[in-house]
Structure formats: C-alpha cells, structure tokens
Design a protein around this ligand. Structure first.
Ligand SMILES: CC(C)(COP(=O)(O)OP(=O)(O)OC[C@H]1O[C@@H](n2cnc3c(N)ncnc32)[C@H](O)[C@@H]1OP(=O)(O)O)[C@@H](O)C(=O)NCCC(=O)NCCS
Length: 278
C-alpha cells in the first residue's frame, strides 16, 4: 500500500478482532493484551475502539472506556483501569490502549487514532478525555530529574527549555553542557527569557520525550491535550521507569453542571497514592 494512500478512521467492529490482535502484538510484544481482553473491549457496552486503516490494513487503533467523573480517582493503575467495568452512561472517556505500527508507512497513525478518540468525545457529547500515557525517553534522563520535570522539558536544536503548566518558558541549558544534569536539578538556575524570545521558543520548541511529542501534536477542534501529572507505578514499563503520564482533553462544547477541572483532577488524584503535580 503506497504512502500516499489515504488514511481511514472508523469505529471497530467484532470482525476486526484478528487485525487488532496482530497489531497489538506488533506494538507491545510480550506485553500485548490477551485476545480475550481485546474481545471484551469490542463487545462490552461502555468500551469504544477507533481504528485507523490504510487500504485493508489496520495501522493504528485506540481504545477507551466510558466512566463517571466520580470513579476516576478511585482506580489509579493501568491494570485497574483496563480490568475494571466501564459505565456506558459515564460522561468521561478514559484511554486504555493506543497502538500503532512503526515505520514510515505508518508514521503518525497513532496520533490520528488519538485525535479520533478526542473527536468521539465531541460526537458523544462527553465531558472529557483522560488517559495515562508513557514516557519512553525517561530512563535515559532519570539521572537528571524527576519524571514530572522531564515531561516538561523541550528542545530546539541543542537548547533545553522547561515549559511549566502555565506555559512559562525557561532556558535550562544546552545539551552539550557538562553540568546539564546539575542545571536541570536546580530550577533556581533556569533563566527567564525576554518576552519576544519566549513567544518564539514556545512556538518552535518540541518536547524531549517522543510520546509527549506525539501528544503535543494531538488536537481536536483546535484544542490540544494538557498534561496533568505523573502516575508512578502506573504500569510495568522499563523505558518509562513505570511512570504513567496523566493527560486530559476537555470538550469545549459541553456545558456540564459539573466539569472536572484539571486543578480539581490534580487534587483528587493527589489524595490517592499516585499523583505528583507537575
Ligand atoms: C506511541 C505510538 C502509538 C505513537 O504512534 P505514532 O503517532 O504513529 O507515532 P510514530 O510511530 O510516528 O512515533 C512518534 C515518535 O516517537 C518515537 N517513538 C515511538 N516509540 C518510541 C519508544 N519506545 N522510544 C523512543 N522513541 C519512540 C518515534 O521514533 C517518533 O519519533 P520522532 O517524533 O522523532 O519521529 C506508537 O509508537 C506505538 O504504538 N508504540 C508502542 C505502544 C505504545 O507505546 N503505546 C502508547 C501507550 S500509552
């Protein structure tokens, strides 16, 4: 199938089980979900699966469970979330799987699957999308900083910046600095930028972590996802040192009586065992 063939996005059907299982195995190897689990997510009400295909080949898929806002803080590891029962009437969509083929023929398909879940939130008139992602580059940086700091490191060429939750950009140092680890570990040494340079850097810099980079490109109705915090011991993942990255997207079109703001979510998750604010 040629690279210029269009991508198609659709909801999965039961007949997709085999194709999903093949891709799941390619993406996750020995950590792949068993067939019965994939089947349950295709058949049980409250689960949603979106598929990205090129021609007949499934090149990415994303799965999520409908939950109530109240149930969010009660379950905090990926295993809990993936094994739990969804609530088909819940107004929150919780991401439990994102898998894509690798290589140039599928590049970016995972992000398209994530975009499709965000669009589903709008289509189903849900309040928000929440998920725990990976930090696959963290192990290599873990001698320099916490996962929370790492998730917010950005780069332009050789320069490393930290962008905080309010979008404030500070220069941490250059990749080639001998004392980069020390600089990253001491936020007091980071420099504020002149306003015009800050604007340019904010537009051009890219997250250091590949998964956060993928997230930064996800978009629906012009809005991107927001990083909420780190979930230590979220699932076994040597590259992320078991850290999950909690991220969220709020549907701008739903005027709910009660939306869960990111700040509220931080406080709720913090009261469990899993959260450190970034
Ligand atoms: C994460 C994933 C869905 C992204 O798919 P995608 O949007 O199609 O993105 P790509 O495959 O083009 O990869 C995006 C970038 O991440 C990099 N990347 C992907 N996995 C990586 C890993 N484990 N370690 C380091 N870099 C990785 C790619 O090299 C690419 O880098 P670039 O931005 O410099 O080009 C896909 O890589 C995947 O299925 N990974 C295995 C399963 C997984 O991690 N799922 C996420 C669960 S939360």
């Amino acid at each position: 199938m040629s690279l210029s063939s269009p991508l198609f996005v659709r909801m999965a059907a039961r007949s997709d089980l085999e194709g999903l299982a093949r891709l799941e195995l390619d993406a996750w190897g020995h950590r792949a979900a068993p067939l019965a689990q994939l089947q349950r997510r295709l058949e049980e009400p409250g689960f949603e699966t979106v598929i990205v295909s090129r021609g007949d080949e499934i090149i990415a898929f994303a799965q999520a469970a409908r939950l109530t806002l109240e149930s969010l803080a009660l379950k905090s590891t990926w295993t809990d979330m993936a094994a739990g029962r969804p609530n088909p009437g819940g107004t929150l969509l919780y991401g439990i799987n994102l898998s894509a083929r690798t290589g140039p023929a599928a590049s970016g398909a995972g992000r398209v699957a994530l975009d499709a879940l965000l669009a589903l939130v709008v289509h189903r008139q849900l309040v928000m999308f929440v998920a725990g992602g990976r930090l696959p580059g963290f192990r290599a940086w873990s001698h320099c900083c916490s996962a929370a700091v790492y998730a917010r490191l950005h780069a332009i060429g050789d320069e490393i910046y930290h962008v905080d939750a309010d979008g404030v950009v500070r220069l941490v140092g250059g990749r080639s600095l001998a004392n980069l680890a020390e600089r990253i570990a001491t936020p007091a040494s980071w420099s504020f930028l002149p306003e015009r340079k800050e604007q340019r850097v904010r537009l051009e810099c890219e997250p250091v972590d590949p998964f956060v980079r993928m997230l930064s490109a996800a978009r629906c109705c012009g809005l991107g996802v927001q990083l909420v915090g780190i979930l230590p011991d979220y699932y076994m993942d040597p590259e992320s040192l078991d850290n999950g990255l909690l991220y969220a997207w709020t549907n701008p079109f739903v005027v709910a009586d009660r939306k869960l703001t990111l700040q509220e979510m931080s406080v709720r998750v913090a009261s469990g065992r899993m959260f450190y604010p970034i």
